[in-house]
Design a protein around this ligand. Structure first.
Ligand code: SAH
Length: 393
């Protein structure tokens, strides 16, 4: 077993059971990509068993803080089983579930979504990559699923020096899936969609939106960054007269249109706009249009804290425009999925947007990812999705 020795004082985060060690904390020691290493403090105390990532700034990701634990196939199976058992107790109102959420489930770099009987996985770290075959078997064993599709085409792989890989890891056949989320049918393709195919993290917020649309009698709805129209179907289910979905992805919008029909809503109640959200918001303002509810669910504007300033301006801009486009008493559901933007900062950005727009509003609710995307006490970085429900006045 190779040994990695940390610099003096750099043992603190591992002692607090935070799973990452950055490159500049390592005093000496090297290993192959993904190899399990023993991590010790400057004075030789055991800290963790970890996976080594020679190319990443996150040089070590801890598997275990227990010196007696062996990092082997049985360990991987135990972690997978624990994650699957945690979800089983959540009573998720969908057959689409985030089964494994990386660091929060003790398997850094591994993300797995279950869509019906198909699993879709991202192996995002050298450690997860090295244990891929073992993890694939463990996932099939723990879930009873025989089909596992790999979507290791995320940008995070580059930081680890890993190539893009996609395709069936276990099983084969059609990559098309139909989910039942709440009362709605939603389709996706694990081979083609974003990330693992779909955004399960917004599941609870979509149901909330349907309730809010009904409660506040929202007639005209604008769903920005709609992807495949999850929030649009929710708005229609909540009784909206008309929904506009805006996205820059043609295939996602085609699916949004199909979802309106699949769920039994008149095609005339929905329009799909293949356009840039910022320009669309400006155009709507220029045309004097107004909405009763707007959803803003943009992609990650700030991949890390270093991008926070530029991202803040981008968030402020779209929120300012959206607030101006709402009728008095209208609802804004606004989100940020940037890890580099804290919930506090996001709140400040949206408040700033309100001041610029000269629109005040009640902060009705704070939102987060559904609980099958858990955050843990030791790993606050896991908290990425935050949202606000605002009612203008
Ligand atoms: N709300 C969606 C998920 C949104 S993901 C859901 O509930 O499923 C973010 C979406 O923003 C992606 O579909 C992406 O295609 C789209 N997007 C990214 N940049 C955009 C832009 N400038 N204008 C319009 N859409 C954009």
């Amino acid at each position: 077993m190779k040994l990695i020795r940390l610099r003096e004082g750099k043992e603190r985060s591992l002692l607090r059971r935070h799973p990452w060690v950055f490159a500049n904390s390592v005093e000496r020691g090297k290993a192959d990509p993904g190899e399990t290493v023993r991590v010790e403090s400057h004075d030789g105390r055991f800290l963790a068993w970890a996976a080594f990532s020679p190319e990443s700034q996150i040089r070590l990701r801890a598997w275990s803080f227990d010196e007696a634990e062996r990092i082997d196939a049985a360990f991987m199976l135990r972690r997978v089983q624990a994650a699957v058992a945690m979800r089983a107790r959540l009573a998720v109102p969908s057959n689409g579930v985030r089964l494994l959420h990386g660091e929060a489930d003790g398997l850094p770099g591994l993300v797995v979504d279950r869509y019906g009987d198909t699993l879709s996985a991202q192996f995002l770290s050298s450690g997860a990559e090295r244990w891929k075959a073992v993890l694939a078997d463990a996932l099939c064993q723990a879930t009873g699923c025989s089909r596992l599709y790999e979507r290791s085409d995320a940008q995070a792989r580059q930081l680890e020096g890993l190539p893009e890989v996609t395709g069936w890891l276990r099983g084969e056949g059609s990559t098309a899936v139909t989910l039942t989320e709440h009362d709605w049918q939603l389709t996706l393709d694990v081979a083609e969609g974003h990330k693992t195919g779909y955004y399960l993290d917004q599941r609870d917020n979509r149901a909330l939106f349907a309730r809010l649309v009904r409660q506040f009698d929202c007639q005209q709805v604008l769903n920005c960054f709609s992807y495949t129209g999850g929030f649009s179907v929710a708005a229609l289910a909540g009784g909206a007269a008309h929904v506009t979905s805006v996205d820059s992805s043609g295939p996602a919008l085609a699916r949004a249109t199909a979802h309106v029909a699949l769920n039994g809503f008149e095609a005339s109640r929905h329009i799909a706009l293949d356009a840039d959200v910022n320009s669309t918001l400006r155009q709507c303002l220029a045309e004097g249009r107004r909405f009763d509810a707007i959803v803003l669910d943009p992609p990650k504007f700030a991949p890390s804290a270093a991008h926070a300033e530029r991202a803040s301006r981008a968030y402020k801009d779209i929120n300012r425009l959206a607030l101006k486009l709402l009728n008095p008493g209208g609802l804004l559901l606004t989100f940020s999925c940037s890890g580099g933007i804290s919930a506090d900062l996001f709140h400040k950005i949206v408040a700033g947007a309100g001041i610029d727009a000269q629109v005040d509003g009640y902060l009705l609710q704070r939102l987060e990812a559904a609980s099958d995307h858990p955050t843990t006490l030791c790993f606050p970085e896991g908290e990425y999705l935050k949202g606000l429900v605002i009612q203008t006045r």
